[in-house]
Design a protein around this ligand. Structure first.
Ligand SMILES: [Zn+2]
Length: 252
């Protein structure tokens, strides 16, 4: 579904709109005209449904040249191998988590604690390892047709979670500063600090400072509600919470 001119939501599981497999995070598509990019690959159980949603929005999936992974968690990256097989696109992933994605290291993925009866992932859940074409570094920039997208590393949720920043000009809503914030910050300033390998409160406290002063309008997180306007106010709630002595409120 179209969120803004050039920005579509093409996948979302049971922590969102339920338009694709339950285990998918929000999956966004940036349509730069002659080139397009997907932000996050979903959980990999029904990748075809995600691409069908894109087609339903009038997207020519042959123009998708890049799949950006925000981090290695299964609901964001386990679908990367299927995307690689189904699309003529390269896979880009945070340099700090490339090895985890390429080897499907279950401990580093947190799958050893997240999978099982009554847990986040069912007992038969697997993460297909996927080769990564481009290792993303903080502030790397890429041209996607008419749009530029910039990687912003925010360690804390995982070792090297990347947010992605872009600017679009919507015919109805006007110019928007857009942040794909992954699992770093959600609506109302919630964060996701996990009790598993890779997640770190001290890294989060420092990393989230990279989102200060960006004047974000449109906040597009990896789960739950998103907003067209007022995005920086959500981020600023998280920044303020990190200044307290207690742990900020967590979405997960
Ligand atoms: Zn995550």
């Amino acid at each position: 579904m179209k969120i803004l001119d050039g920005v579509h939501l093409i996948g979302s599981g049971n922590t969102g709109l339920g338009i694709s497999n339950d285990y998918d995070c929000h999956i966004y598509l940036l349509d730069g005209g002659n080139e397009m990019a997907i932000i996050d690959a979903g959980g990999g159980r029904e990748t075809g449904r995600i691409l069908e949603n894109a087609k339903n929005d009038g997207i020519d999936i042959k123009k998708i040249t890049r799949v950006f992974l925000s981090h290695s968690h299964s609901d964001h990256a386990a679908g990367a191998k299927n995307m690689l097989d189904l699309l003529d696109a390269e896979i880009l992933a945070p340099s700090g988590e490339t090895k985890i994605i390429e080897t499907a290291d279950e401990k580093a993925l947190g799958l050893d604690v997240a999978r099982g009866e009554g847990r986040f992932y069912p007992p038969d859940y697997i993460f297909p390892p996927c080769p990564v074409d481009v290792k993303l570094e903080h502030e790397d920039r890429f041209q996607i047709g008419e749009y530029e997208i910039q990687a912003i590393s925010v360690p804390g949720h995982t070792l090297d979670t990347m947010c992605f920043y872009t600017e679009v000009d919507d015919e109805h809503y006007g110019k928007k500063r857009v942040l794909f914030s992954s699992d770093v910050v959600f609506f109302q300033g919630l964060i996701s600090l996990l009790n598993c390998q890779g997640s770190s409160l001290s890294a989060y406290r420092e990393g989230i400072k990279n989102l200060r002063g960006l004047n974000i309008d449109t906040l597009l997180p990896g789960h739950f509600t998103f907003c067209i306007n007022g995005g920086q106010a959500q981020i600023d709630q998280a920044l303020a919470a990190f200044k307290e002595m207690s742990v900020p409120p967590c979405a997960f």
